[in-house]
Design a binder for this molecule. Structure first.
Ligand code: PMV
Length: 354
């Protein structure tokens, strides 16, 4: 009767980079100037849930983000939708008597509803989880045969860092060499279970939207920063194998040293941009000092920090005991009702709160 609807729901966590992606060599295809490495977080806390639906009764593609309708006319959405539609295959749902042939996908329209359970555009990689989830859900709906790494080349065209959220655990985005971007994809380095001791705590310093979007910031950095050129050519190619080794051996001292150095160089590159970009604030810098002093006092790293394009701190504690101490320290230095109080804490491991 032509009144059917087929729906798929997917859930994708955000990822947090420990070797940073900053700077594109191709803005349309979203090809980076260096490789990057990230950790995909626990899906229970920071994730996007997306439902995609198709029906012959829909007259155009529409999308709602956190309950509000948004435009799909932007190049990034259009690129993802086009790439996915071109790979769609036959879908047969015998139980409900629904059959969608490969050629029908070009004519059928989609409704997409997406929800983030964390602040959107506040340096918590909401677009990463968002585009990864959109691509994954649509790939299921349209019966794509591509594996996750292949799908990551599509998510990458929505938001660069999104390609890394297609995998769980520890993930590397290989920058690739091809001009068409086919080899710029994400691969899993180690799965979710690999480093069980590591606890991730996010200190939400501010949930306000960032002032400089990462696209604008990256463009200005690529155009003006000499430090970025040095970083992409000399620094990151050395740090990538070191980080892979640290992850493989669960070597927290090396992991922490590299993670903090990467965060600091990323923000130095922002400062080296004209006009300079400031993503961290006084609270962010206070957190850095607390962690640095603690690590120096202990003689070996206990906690690592990283900050993306926003003031929120992502902290990695070497184990659960350290994570509890870290939470205690944060509450001591930033009492909830003080001027410097943090908004909230998100603990990437439920068991620590028991
Ligand atoms: O959100 P994107 O894909 O435009 O880029 C954000 C890049 C950082 O989050 C700042 C760093 C990274 O490696 O994820």
């Amino acid at each position: 009767c032509g009144k059917w609807v087929v729906m798929v729901t997917a859930q994708t966590p955000m990822n947090m980079s420990v070797i940073k992606y900053w700077g594109k060599r191709d803005e349309t295809l979203i090809l980076p100037v260096n490789d990057s490495i990230s950790i995909t977080l626990d899906p229970d806390h920071l994730c996007t849930t997306t439902t995609v639906a198709v029906s012959p009764t829909f007259d155009r593609d529409r999308m709602w983000l956190n309950g509000k309708e948004i435009s799909l006319s932007g190049g990034r959405y259009q690129n993802c939708l086009r790439e996915i539609r071109s790979r769609a295959t036959d879908v047969e749902d015998d139980e409900n008597g629904i059959k969608i042939a490969e050629k029908d996908w070009e004519k059928l329209h989609l409704h997409i509803a997406s929800y983030n359970n964390f602040p959107t555009a506040a340096g918590l990689a909401s677009s990463a989880a968002g585009f990864a989830c959109l691509v994954f859900a649509l790939a299921k709906l349209m019966n794509l045969k591509e594996d996750r790494s292949k799908l990551s080349t599509i998510a990458r065209q929505g938001s660069g860092s999104a390609c890394r959220s297609l995998h769980g655990g520890f993930v590397k985005w290989i920058m690739g060499k091809d001009e068409d971007g086919k080899d710029s994809l994400a691969v899993q380095l180690a799965d979710e279970e690999h480093w069980d001791d590591l606890v991730i705590i996010i200190a939400v310093v501010s949930s306000r939207q960032k002032e400089t979007s990462s696209s604008t910031g990256m463009r200005e950095t690529v155009e003006t920063s000499l430090l970025l050129k040095h970083r992409a050519k000399e620094v990151v190619p050395k740090r990538i194998p070191q980080m892979e080794e640290a992850i493989k051996n669960r070597d927290f001292a090396s992991f922490a040293q590299l993670t903090c150095a990467e965060s600091n160089q990323f923000h130095a590159v922002c400062l080296d941009t004209s006009p300079p970009i400031f993503y961290m604030n006084d609270t962010s810098r206070r957190i850095i000092s607390i962690v640095e002093n603690w690590n120096r006092y202990e003689g070996t790293p206990q906690v690592a920090y990283t900050f993306d394009a926003g003031p929120n701190a992502v902290l990695f504690a070497r184990n659960r005991k350290t994570a509890i101490l870290l939470l205690q320290r944060l509450l001591f230095y930033f009492p909830p009702d003080s001027f410097f109080g943090l908004n909230s804490y998100i603990v990437g491991d439920k068991s620590i709160l028991k």
